[in-house]
Design a protein around this ligand. Structure first.
Ligand code: SF4
Length: 696
């Protein structure tokens, strides 16, 4: 047997870098591939992605036959029987809504679509949501209310190379999406400027023209202060505001109260540096304002994203060439995953479950009565809070909430209290280890399907190798389970068939995929939605002429600076903020199993002055305590962090679980928890251990 080469995409983040998989009897090798977002470049996660195909992954279904017994290998039919029996028993005893579904932003579009349909049509439960709530839902809500549509970037990533100024708010592109740095490098080489706003002096901030280092959770005050200065110094694009927006008067009135010295008092950013940022924004001929999780993962994250959108609108950026506002989505299918029905309030194509016309459309596609569709259910945090009470059985696909959810210890207790937990995953994650039934599912290289990257570009992952014999796709699990629950029709497991149904379902919706085919994706290096007809070119750039709002205008939002729900005090005197490391991805369930990525220990970044005050040495363990719980990390002494703030990564479970600490206070609009700022104290354990740190 010779070599086969398959063009596909990385399994991890929202860039969805193009790669080739070279399969031979010796194994599978990864090669970079020329694709518009990465031009052949990959980060270390991409280069090592194939390691898990043969590594520490699940190869057989597992069933826990007795409540406290062990998980034992089972055949696929036996596992399906076990799952169906548990679902039926729960619904008979407690009602339809007692079975919940929890999805993920890494699932293909086809899986997201079929998972939503499975919940609404096969289970007829209102209780479905997904881990994207904990990712970019605040920016999505803000974009929706300002522009009438939520697409992470309303322009291709490569446009960054052409803009005069990039303002990055709460994003560390250099370490989380290294191949994207080439666009910033080109932009800088052409004379463009970069402003980074981040409580840490990250690798991205190191190279910026200006780094503003605010107190965590004060980004909205910064945006208000910048708008104040634009108004004061004639930086508002009055023609754009008059012709293409509504609501500026109230926003201008609110900004008047945020003069630079007041912003300095709450954010810690010197008034002079704020003026410097405003001057650069005012003078740049073109500019992009890009937010990410650092600004968005707060209990006021939607308003914060709105504050940055207000600033972009005041400068007249959205719809102008090489300008605009965007959010840098995190998860691999963070964009497509929020479009096709796995959110509690949503139907495919970004339709709304509460809208009678939208319900009628989807009911017709699915061949049911509109009245048979459940009502909108609770968002992810509330759904996980109902485990063991309103929800007695949970189906989890592509998510590891034991590590990634806020108040993770409570979520773990809730999962243990269920009548039954059914998990579809690639590996025995911390969540799968608690399950009663585990379905091992195919990895990215073992299946075909579409993803939608951070640009709104729909792309195709192609199968390059066969999975182990007992491993099925999530689609096959859902299809077989639906049949066993008595819904024999409407659940195909062929991804192309599911995609064609998704196209029809999305027709006429905001995220219209009806003109996109797998053939077009292959021929055109992906197709940007909306694409409402086979002869439509797709929409790489949005808003040039109007916004998809009832009057065609963008809507300023009158938001007032708000601050983290929890503030430091005598008992918890420090800020905690959380984030990602270069060699790990999300809850780490996959990347922690790849030996080439496992060099690093979980560490807390501590400023030298704080380390000295607490007598903490580099490499020793320290305990972090919040009002929710405690966790232990190795100390990494660094002057890149503010002295009043500590930083931990969120890729680990067990005693280094960041989400044992984080604040679950929810954003009232998006349901986003306050992951990025809470009050903690740092303690030196009586017998601190010493870690040697590697390079992973
Ligand atoms: Fe994969 Fe993202 Fe790294 Fe690209 S940047 S190789 S998509 S993890």
């Amino acid at each position: 047997m010779g070599k086969t080469v398959t063009a596909t995409h990385c399994p991890y983040c929202s860039l969805q870098c193009g790669m080739e998989l070279v399969a031979s009897p010796a194994g599978i090798q990864v090669r970079g591939r020329d694709f518009p977002v990465n031009n052949g470049g990959l980060c270390k996660k991409g280069w090592t992605a194939a390691d898990l195909l043969r590594g520490d992954r699940l190869t057989t279904p597992l069933v826990r036959w007795q409540r406290d017994g062990p998980l034992r290998p089972a055949s696929f039919p036996a596992a399906i029987d076990a799952a169906a029996t548990r679902i039926r028993a729960t619904q008979q005893k407690y009602g339809r809504n007692a079975v919940g579904v929890f999805g993920g932003g890494g699932l293909t579009n086809e899986k997201c679509y079929l998972l939503g349909k499975f919940a609404r049509v096969a289970l007829r439960t209102k209780n479905i949501d997904y881990n994207g709530r904990f990712c970019m839902s605040s920016a999505a809500a803000a974009a929706q209310r300002a522009f009438g549509v939520d697409r992470g970037l309303p322009f291709p990533l490569a446009d960054i190379a052409e803009t005069g100024l990039v303002v990055l708010v709460g994003s560390n592109v250099a370490e989380t999406m290294p191949p994207a740095m080439q666009w910033l490098a080109r932009q800088r080489a052409a004379g463009g400027e970069l402003i980074v706003i981040d409580p840490r002096r990250t690798a991205t901030a190191e190279g910026a023209d200006l780094h503003l280092q605010p107190v965590p959770g004060t980004d909205l005050a910064l945006a208000a202060g910048l708008l104040h200065l634009l108004v004061a110094d004639g930086g508002v694009d009055d023609d754009f505001v008059a012709a293409r927006t509504t609501g500026f008067g109230e926003v201008r009135r609110l900004a008047a109260a945020w003069w630079p010295e007041r912003v300095e008092r709450v954010s810690g950013v010197a008034a002079g540096r704020l003026r410097e940022a405003a001057r650069r924004l005012r003078e740049a001929p073109t500019a992009m304002i890009l937010t990410a999780r650092g600004a968005e993962q707060h209990s006021h994250g939607t308003d914060t994203a709105s504050g940055w959108i207000n600033l972009a609108l005041a400068r007249g950026l959205p719809g102008r060439a090489y300008s605009g506002y965007g959010t840098l989505t995190g998860q691999g299918n963070g964009q497509g995953g929020r479009e096709h029905g796995q959110k509690s309030d949503q139907l495919p194509g970004y339709r709304r479950l509460a809208d009678p016309a939208h319900r009628a459309h989807m009911a017709a596609v699915w061949g049911i009565e509109p009245g048979d569709l459940p009502e909108p259910g609770p968002s992810a945090y509330e759904l996980l809070g109902a485990l063991g009470s309103d929800v007695q059985t949970l189906l989890v696909a592509g998510s590891n909430p034991v590590v990634s959810a806020p108040r993770a210890a409570r979520v773990e207790a809730g999962l243990r209290a269920l009548n039954s937990l059914i998990v579809c995953d690639v590996v025995l994650s911390e969540t799968a280890a608690l399950a009663d039934v585990v379905f091992p599912v195919t990895q990215w290289a073992e299946e075909s399907g579409t993803m939608t990257n951070l640009e709104g570009r729909v792309l195709l992952r192609r199968r390059a190798t066969a999975p182990p014999p007992r491993v099925r796709t999530d689609l096959t699990v859902l299809s077989t389970l639906a049949g066993r629950l008595g819904v024999a029709r409407g659940f195909p497991d062929d991804p192309r068939e599911v995609f064609d149904e998704l196209r029809a379902a999305s027709a006429g919706g905001v995220a219209d995929y009806s003109g996109i085919t797998w053939e077009r994706i292959e021929a055109e290096d992906g197709v940007f939605w909306p694409c409402p007809a086979p002869d439509h070119p797709g929409t790489p750039r949005m808003f040039a002429d109007d916004f998809p709002t009832p009057d065609g205008r963008a809507r300023f939002q009158p938001v007032e600076p708000a601050f983290p729900a929890e503030q430091p005090d005598d008992a918890y005197p420090l800020w905690l903020t959380t984030g990602r490391l270069p060699g790990q991805y999300q809850s780490g369930a996959q990347t922690r199993r790849i030996s080439r990525l496992c060099g690093r220990v979980p560490r807390v970044e501590v400023h030298p002055s704080l380390a000295a005050a607490l007598a903490l040495a580099h490499g020793e363990t320290a305990r972090i305590v919040s009002r929710r719980g405690s966790a232990e990390f190795a100390v990494s002494v660094s002057d890149a962090i503010r002295a009043d703030t500590v930083f931990v990564p969120f890729h680990w479970g067990g005693t280094a679980r960041a989400n044992s600490l984080t604040d679950p206070a929810l954003d009232p609009t998006s349901g986003m928890p306050g992951f990025k700022a809470c009050a903690v104290r740092l303690e030196k354990p009586e017998k601190p251990e010493k870690y040697e740190e590697g390079t992973g």
